[in-house]
Design a binder for this molecule. Sequence first.
Ligand code: SF4
Length: 365
Amino acid sequence: MHRELLEILQNYNTKIIMNLKELLHKNELTKEEIIFLLNLIDKEDQQRLFNRADEVRSFYCGDEVHLRGIIDFSNYCEQNCLYCGLREDNYKLTRYRMMPDEIIETARVISNLGIFTIVLQSGEDYYFDTDLIAYIIYQIKQKANVAITLSLGERGFDEYRAWKFAGADRYLLKHETANPKLYSIYHKKQKLEDRLSHLRFLRTVGYQIGSGNMIGIPMQTVEDIADDILLCKELDLDMAAFGPFIPSPHTPYQNKKPGNVELTLRTMAVARIVLKKVHIPATTALATLDEEGRIKGLNAGANIVMPDLTPSPYREQYLIYPDRKCINDNPLSCKSCLQLQIESIGRKISNSRGDSIKQKDRLTV
Ligand code: SF4
């Protein structure tokens, strides 16, 4: 009797494993299948998911890891997102703006380190108007052979056009959640449909576009995360970022729980399987919550790392969330540290700009 029961259980387990294997190799996944994968909690099943994501990443993106050097040049923001430490109503934050020539010089230093994408990031700060941002882009392009990603929030359509003309290559605008009700709770003045129309416009004027969500933000369900992945697919993104929520002091969500590291890794892995030819970063937020977060992310489908190379004393004041990983590293030691970590898993840092993997397909259409 005991042996029969054991056989039934073994057959049952084999059937689940077979089904999981089939599921992980399907070309298209339904929302229900995505939810099933996001809910995997058995360690061995999770490892199968991560291994499959790693295979898909290697097949579509290769084994190189692209670095994107971030310059957080202003922490002023006119928005009031409930989760963000830079929100306008956070009067405890010391605000700063880097001078244009300081930004341009920092970009030059980063490119000399062998990092070929500069991410110019700020809150929604209209002090940096159309012309000033265009000037910074143009000057960086004159001095360094780099791609430029802008991450400046929702700005005017004419501004996007002007900055593309000045030489910008990519725009990062996270959708944060595909659930319109949650979106309007988190963002008050902003609407999800506007954000999506901005992303679509950015694509039409020739930007490579990046978006993504936060895992574990208050009220979010696993169904919402599945919708986020499907929205990334519908938007045909070039980069998709999934980082854990980290509560920030002096915000309405300061006492909420941070996002779960394992759910974040499962989300990245499922996104890799669903989205395939897309850049996925192992985020600093993930590395902040878990010492091994970057490596775990790179082994679960990621192929990008985005070190914050904002010079001191500004870097410490870009407090989207507290205790950011590597906040005190200087750029040189940051690059060598990342190189060691990346080489420890048999991968290497790319010497290219790491443009969209879809670019060739788009050119041939
Ligand atoms: S998430 Fe962006 S737009 Fe919202 S408050 Fe923070 S910096 Fe501003």
